[in-house]
Design a protein around this ligand. Structure first.
Ligand code: AIR
Length: 200
């Protein structure tokens, strides 16, 4: 997004985040967002782009991307999450360290499923974020994925599965994705003999 956007558009972007669709990012994006991908800092972006790219390129799902820190600006997070566009049906939330973002969102949005991605960061390498997310009290669940890259990709797949309940096109794309994974195993078996010989 260029810096010469109108103040109204800049305001809308900071309220709702940046739209990312299969066609592009920001002004190049099309359609309405089905998923919110939010994170505590833009330093989480390299990890969370794995979720964003899986959503848009594997499943054709548009999302909003937004930074929300419950430890740096709690009030702004509450304002953003309470005013999401109604098209958003699933929330993916990532944070590192004392990672309370997904749990707080689960409390704010009783109507939407929340998927947590613990970032592999700092002295405890993501164990702190994992436990902060997974040990929610009864009544406010967070579906917590693995720490790091696998967790980010799996969060996108899990979100797609939730949307697929009412969307046959996404269901087909999930099947196609599963087929690609099976083909990978078949290919590995086809080249296995050569690989084994390289060890002799
Ligand atoms: N964080 C930010 N506010 C609350 C939390 N838990 C997390 C971010 C990031 C880490 O703190 O999600 O993973 C470090 O952020 P930064 O901005 O210092 O790189």
């Amino acid at each position: 997004m260029e810096t010469n956007e109108t103040p109204a558009l800049m305001q809308q972007m900071s309220e709702h985040g940046v739209l990312v669709s299969p066609e592009g990012i920001g002004s190049a994006a099309r359609g309405v967002p089905r998923v919110l991908v939010t994170m505590g800092s833009d330093s989480d972006l390299p990890l969370m782009m794995k979720a964003v790219d899986t959503l848009r390129h594997e499943f054709g799902i548009s999302c909003l991307v937004q930074i929300n820190s419950v430890h740096r600006d709690l009030r702004a997070m509450v304002q953003h999450i309470e005013n999401l566009p109604p098209s958003v049906q699933v929330i993916i939330a990532c944070a590192g360290g004392a990672a309370h973002l997904p749990g707080n969102i689960a409390d704010l949005r009783a109507d939407l499923p929340v998927i947590g991605v613990p970032r592999d960061l700092g002295a405890l390498k993501g164990i702190d974020a994992l436990l902060s997310m997974v040990q929610m009290p009864e009544g406010a669940p967070v579906a917590v994925m693995a720490i790091g890259d696998a967790g980010a990709v799996n969060a996108a797949i899990h979100a797609a599965k939730e949307l697929a309940i009412a969307d046959p096109v996404i269901r087909e794309r999930l099947q196609a994705y599963a087929e690609k994974r099976k083909a990978k195993v078949r290919k590995q078996n086809q080249t296995l003999e050569n690989k084994l010989e390289s060890y002799s």
